[in-house]
Design a protein around this ligand. Structure first.
Ligand SMILES: NC(=O)c1ccc[n+]([C@@H]2O[C@H](COP(=O)([O-])OP(=O)(O)OC[C@H]3O[C@@H](n4cnc5c(N)ncnc54)[C@H](OP(=O)(O)O)[C@@H]3O)[C@@H](O)[C@H]2O)c1
Length: 289
């Protein structure tokens, strides 16, 4: 299979690129392919003639999307729609990513792929718009994978590092840390996600549409932070705080764990978040229990 990968410098892009696979992967950098430029997307797809385009690029700094809503829509919706138009025309499968933040957080059991989205902030609204645009434009070619709380070896540069790396850095500076106990999530290791994405696109019964892919289980950021320090053998104290999902005037969903029902029906599951976190910390930091 020929795969064109967008976002190779990112967490998920980096993990996809480092998979051992016999597929031919072409991963242009942003100077060659900027998803905000339809021409550069068209050129790269026409030159490489991929079977699949995997788009991991996004504008996903959540507070910044409130400040720059037009940019959020340009990257998360308009650019995804343009990719879908090109892929449908050239008969190429498009795999693009979305977020647990399309949901409103009223449920207390994991959101299924067919649950009704209800985004609470500009980021989630722009991602839902991108999902709809891709699926409506290229119903026979578009695949939307919703995921949650990613961390991976290359860190999230646009967010100043991923959650795990930031907490480990915090432990060098402070002995006690406040962490939110109000949001329930399913933090996901990009190494596991990348493997699941590959299994999904290789699966003979794989069809277009929406899929959820996250590590199994759920936790609050407070519980996740405690696990980071336990697994890394760091003594930093973590104090739970409940902000009711609010960051200033912006609202985050109180519950956004995702049920990976469609991938599971194809036999594709990801390990539990705690298992994934241990592997990430061991691999990146060489800490042991
Ligand atoms: N991180 C999370 O917690 C999380 C949670 C749920 C869903 N997701 C979604 O999962 C996907 C992967 O996330 P991630 O954490 O791997 O992202 P990331 O680490 O921030 O990487 C994003 C990648 O996209 C590239 N990019 C950004 N804008 C671009 C543009 N206009 N044209 C071309 N490339 C562009 C970046 O390149 P540069 O190096 O040039 O900036 C980078 O390589 C995204 O769709 C994200 O929204 C992430």
């Amino acid at each position: 299979m020929k795969i064109l990968l967008i976002g190779k410098t990112g967490q998920l892009g980096g993990s996809l690129l480092s998979l051992e696979t016999s597929h031919q992967i072409y991963a242009p950098g942003r100077p060659e392919l900027d998803i905000e430029s339809k021409e550069s997307c068209e050129r790269a797809i026409a030159e490489f003639c991929p079977d699949v385009v995997i788009n991991t690029a996004a504008f996903h700094n959540v507070p910044q999307c409130e400040v720059e809503p037009l940019r959020a829509f340009a990257v998360n919706c308009q650019a995804v729609r343009d990719l879908a138009v090109i892929c449908a025309r050239m008969d190429v499968q498009l795999v693009t990513f979305s977020t647990d933040y399309v949901f409103g957080g009223k449920k207390r059991t994991p959101y299924r792929e067919d649950d009704c989205p209800e985004p609470l902030q500009m980021y989630g609204i722009s991602r839902l718009a991108g999902e709809l645009a891709a699926l409506a434009t290229a119903p026979r070619h578009a695949v939307v994978i919703r995921t949650c709380g990613l961390y991976g070896p290359s860190g999230a540069i646009s967010k100043g590092g991923n959650f795990v790396d930031k907490r480990i850095a915090d432990a060098q500076a402070v002995s006690e840390l406040e962490m939110g106990c109000d949001q329930v999530v399913a933090p996901t290791y990009t190494g596991d996600l990348a493997q699941a994405v590959l299994k999904l696109i290789e699966h003979p019964q794989f069809v277009p549409g929406i899929y959820h892919l996250t590590n199994e289980g759920e936790c609050t950021w407070f519980e996740f932070t405690k696990a980071i320090y336990e697994l890394a053998g760091l003594g930093t104290q973590v104090v739970p705080v409940d902000r009711g999902g609010m960051s200033g005037e912006m609202c985050r969903p109180l519950y956004s764990a995702l049920a990976n029902t469609k991938a599971k029906s194809l036999g594709i599951t990801l390990p539990h978040w705690r298992d994934a976190l241990k592997r990430y910390i061991d691999e990146k930091y060489g800490f042991s229990l």
